[in-house]
Design a protein around this ligand. Structure first.
Ligand SMILES: [Zn+2]
Ligand SMILES: [Zn+2]
Length: 345
């Protein structure tokens, strides 16, 4: 079968590989029907994910049809249409039992698919712990609607969930890229009084205006004054930092009111500074990433109920043999791309 493979730093290539087989009773083999590209794939390509293994098939955002299951798999059967979770987790260790599946102690726990074990930019993928790694897609939900459930939407759902959002709150989201937009959709489920979205990119802000007209959108200039104007207590009650630059990290705590929650969803290229003397007395609570992706069933229900729709984020579509073209478009952020969908055929 064809698989998009991490050869070495700077090189991904479409290669021929044997079709995966079951290696454990809890594995499933999934025939991939649609996949996407995530910025974490770019991080692998650029050599900034040291855990990524050269030779691995990349891709960790996909949906498909179960082809084969191991003897101990009970939650899915061959023929089921499923989302594939970016995270592998055993469901049995201390962290899994507490819902902190990102810290699963299994050797393949956390983000393994498309990083340390073969992922989903391929015709077939082996999914370990299939009872936890796969979720059946409701009949009324299309592959395209479900495509982002296992990774970027899971991140948005998790970020909103841990941020303790209340109906009287002003919530600031910094960053309106794919993760920021998924976070926005999930924050809306909590019905806060106001949502403010900040980004440097005017195209993204225009997208938010269309996509969520009730949201206040702004560029970073004058952000703090605007947040104070729209807040009841001198700053945002909740801030979600999804952009990942030193400037946005500073903005995040600076725009927060005393005793606010600041959730750091972003992945940074380097360490950030907490200027504690300046922050003294603000009594902030920081929460940090990565995603505990164990709520895909709930997210699929929200999609089925029409409460979440990520299809407007999918701006471009390709077929698998055009993967190089799709990757290049996404990597260089051409033509206003937010997310791509790749049909595997
Ligand atoms: Zn990802
Ligand atoms: Zn575990």
């Amino acid at each position: 079968m064809k698989a998009y493979t991490y050869i070495q730093k700077g090189t991904f290539q479409l290669t021929e590989k044997p079709k995966p087989v079951l290696l454990d009773d809890r594995d499933a083999i999934v025939k991939v029907t649609m996949a996407s590209i995530c910025s974490s794939d770019l991080h692998i390509k650029h050599g900034s994910v040291p855990r990524a293994v050269p030779g691995v098939t990349v891709g960790h955002e996909m949906v498909g049809v179960v082809e084969q299951v191991g003897a101990k798999v009970t939650a899915v059967s061959p023929g089921d249409r499923v989302t594939v979770n970016v995270e592998t987790f055993c469901g049995e260790c201390f962290f899994c039992k507490n819902g902190w599946v990102n810290n699963c102690t299994d050797p393949n726990g956390g983000w393994a698919l498309g990083c340390r074990i073969d992922g989903g930019l391929a015709e077939y993928v082996r999914v370990p712990y299939a009872d936890h790694g796969l979720n059946r897609i409701p009949h009324s939900v299309t592959d395209l609607q479900a495509l982002l459930v296992g990774d970027v939407l899971a991140t948005g759902y998790w970020a909103a969930q841990i941020s303790e959002i209340r109906e009287q709150d002003t919530v600031l989201i910094i960053g309106a890229g794919p993760t920021g937009l998924c976070t926005l959709q999930c924050v809306r489920q909590y019905h806060p009084k106001r949502i403010i979205v900040c980004d440097v990119d005017e195209t993204r802000l225009t997208f938010v205006r269309k996509f969520a007209p009730e949201v206040i959108v702004t560029a970073p200039d004058g952000l703090k004054e605007l947040v104070v104007d729209y807040s009841d207590h001198g700053g945002a009650d909740v801030v979600l930092e999804v952009a990942g630059t030193p400037e946005t990290f500073q903005m995040a705590w600076d725009c927060a009111r005393p005793n606010a929650i600041v959730t750091i969803v972003a992945l940074y290229d380097g360490p950030q500074t907490l200027p504690l003397p300046e922050m003294y007395g603000k009594n902030l609570t920081f929460k940090t990433g990565g995603v505990d992706g164990c709520h895909c069933a709930e997210t699929l229900q929200l999609i089925a109920a029409g409460k979440i729709d990520t299809t407007p984020l999918i701006t471009h579509r390709f077929v698998f043999h055009e993967i190089e073209k799709a990757f290049s478009l996404f990597e260089h952020r051409l033509d206003g791309v937010i997310k791509v969908a790749i049909t595997m055929q």
